[in-house]
Ligand binder design. Structure first.
Ligand SMILES: Cc1cc2nc3c(=O)[nH]c(=O)nc-3n(C[C@H](O)[C@H](O)[C@H](O)COP(=O)(O)OP(=O)(O)OC[C@H]3O[C@@H](n4cnc5c(N)ncnc54)[C@H](O)[C@@H]3O)c2cc1C
Ligand code: SF4
Length: 328
C-alpha cells in the first residue's frame, strides 16, 4: 500500500477544496476504497474523509418523497420506518447486501460509487483496461462467471455490484452533487456509464464532485420487490438481481418497472419489457414474456452464459411477486 495523507472534512466546502489537491480522493466508510488501495488498484495521494459531513439525515420532501443524506449508513437507511413502509424494495436491497458489520460502515454515496468485483481488477498482475487503460481485458478469455451479459464492450465486461443502486434506479431516484462550481442534480439512470472504450470512467460525475444526497420521488403505486440470486444465502454479491414494480388496475397492468443488477456495468432498466406489460393481464405468461424481453440482445462470454436464462426467470418471478403483493 502506498503512502497517503488524510484529512477529515467538517463541511462540504472544505471537502470539495481539499479533494482538488493532486491525487485527492473522497473516502466515506472505506469498505471498498481501502481494499482497492491495499492491492494498489487505486493509489490516491490524499484522502478526504467525508463520513462525518452533516449529511446524515433522512428527511421528508415537500413532494412526498425522501431526501437521504449521502453519509447515512446502509444499516440506518434500511432500518428507517419510512423506507421500510414506503420503499420496501430499497430496504430489502440494502439488507441483501454485504454483512451487518459492513452495512454499519458503508454509506449511501460510497455504495453507489463502489467499484466492480471483477477478480482481475483486484489483481495487479493481470491486464485490466479499467485499472490500467489499454492493457487489455483478462475476463474476456478468462474466468467470467460473474460478468456482464448486457451492455458490455470489447474493452470491459465488468458489472456494477451494488444492490442498493438497482432499487434506487427502479424508484427513479435523483442524485444531488456539489463541487467548486456549485450544485446540480442528476437522475440515477445517468449516474453510471456503460464501459464502451473507456471502462475506467464509470460515472458521469466530474472530477471532485461530492455526492451530498439521494432524493427519492414519492413512492410509486403498485407492489414492489427486490429479488437477489447469489451463490450463497448471505454475504455474496448478486449473480442476478431484479427490482420490480407492478401496478395492477382491475384485471390489467397499468405500469411496471424492471431494473436488473449483476448483468451490466450499471443497473439495467428493461424499458421495452416494461412497455410490453402495459395493458397485459397480470398472469404468468405475461411475466415470462417480459422476462424474455428483458434479456433481448444479451450475450454470454462462456462461464456466464447461464446468467441470461437466470435473469429472464428472475424477472418473471419478481414481477409475479410484485403483482401478488398488490393483491394483498
Ligand atoms: C466482503 C464484502 C461484501 C460486500 N457485499 C455487497 C453486496 O452484496 N451488495 C452490495 O451492494 N455491496 C456489497 N459490498 C460493498 C459495500 O456495500 C461497499 O463497499 C460500500 O457500500 C461502500 O461504501 P463506503 O462508504 O464504505 O465507500 P468507500 O469505500 O469509502 O468509497 C467508495 C467510493 O465512493 C467514493 N465516495 C464516497 N463517498 C463519496 C461522496 N459523498 N461523494 C463522492 N464520492 C464518494 C470514494 O471516493 C470511493 O471511490 C460488499 C463489500 C465487501 C467488502
Ligand atoms: S472485465 Fe473490466 S474490470 Fe474485469 S478485467 Fe476486463 S477490463 Fe478489467
Amino acid at each position: 500500500m502506498r503512502a497517503f495523507t488524510y484529512e477529515r472534512a467538517i463541511d462540504a466546502e472544505q471537502a470539495v477544496r481539499a479533494v482538488a489537491r493532486p491525487g485527492g480522493r473522497f473516502i466515506a466508510g472505506g469498505t471498498n476504497l481501502l481494499d482497492l488501495m491495499k492491492v494498489e488498484a487505486e493509489t490516491p495521494a490524499h484522502l478526504v474523509d467525508v463520513s462525518r459531513l452533516p449529511f446524515m439525515e433522512i428527511a421528508d420532501t415537500e413532494e412526498g418523497g425522501l431526501r437521504i443524506g449521502s453519509a447515512i449508513t446502509n444499516s440506518d437507511l434500511a432500518a428507517d420506518r419510512r423506507v421500510r413502509e414506503r420503499y420496501p424494495m430499497l430496504a430489502r436491497a440494502l439488507l441483501n447486501g454485504a454483512s451487518g458489520q459492513l452495512r454499519n460502515q458503508a454509506t449511501t454515496a460510497g455504495n453507489l460509487l463502489q467499484r466492480t468485483r471483477c477478480y482481475y481488477f483486484y489483481d495487479p498482475s493481470k491486464p485490466c483496461n479499467k485499472r490500467a487503460p489499454g492493457s487489455g481485458c483478462s475476463a474476456l478469455q478468462g474466468f467470467n462467471r460473474i460478468h456482464a451479459v448486457l451492455g458490455a464492450s470489447d474493452a470491459c465486461i465488468a458489472v456494477h455490484p451494488s444492490d442498493m443502486a438497482v432499487a434506487m434506479a427502479a424508484l427513479e431516484a435523483e442524485i444531488e452533487v456539489q463541487s467548486a462550481s456549485g450544485h446540480r442534480r442528476l437522475k440515477i439512470a445517468d449516474l453510471h456509464r456503460l464501459p464502451g472504450t473507456t471502462p475506467q470512467k464509470e460515472t458521469n460525475l466530474a472530477e471532485g464532485e461530492l455526492i451530498t444526497a439521494v432524493v427519492l420521488p414519492p413512492p410509486p403505486a403498485g407492489g414492489q420487490i427486490y429479488r437477489k440470486v447469489r451463490d450463497r444465502a448471505s454475504y455474496a454479491f448478486a449473480l442476478v438481481s431484479v427490482a420490480a414494480l407492478v401496478d395492477v388496475e382491475g384485471e390489467r397492468i397499468r405500469t411496471a418497472r424492471i431494473v436488473m443488477g449483476g448483468v451490466a456495468h450499471k443497473p439495467w432498466r428493461a424499458l421495452a419489457a416494461e412497455q410490453g406489460l402495459v395493458g397485459a393481464a397480470p398472469v404468468a405468461d405475461s411475466f415470462a414474456a417480459a422476462g424474455e424481453a428483458a434479456v433481448a440482445g444479451a450475450k454470454g462470454h462462456g462461464h456466464n452464459d447461464f446468467k441470461i436464462a437466470l435473469a429472464s426467470r428472475t424477472v418473471a418471478r419478481a414481477l409475479a411477486d410484485a403483482a401478488a403483493q398488490k393483491k394483498g
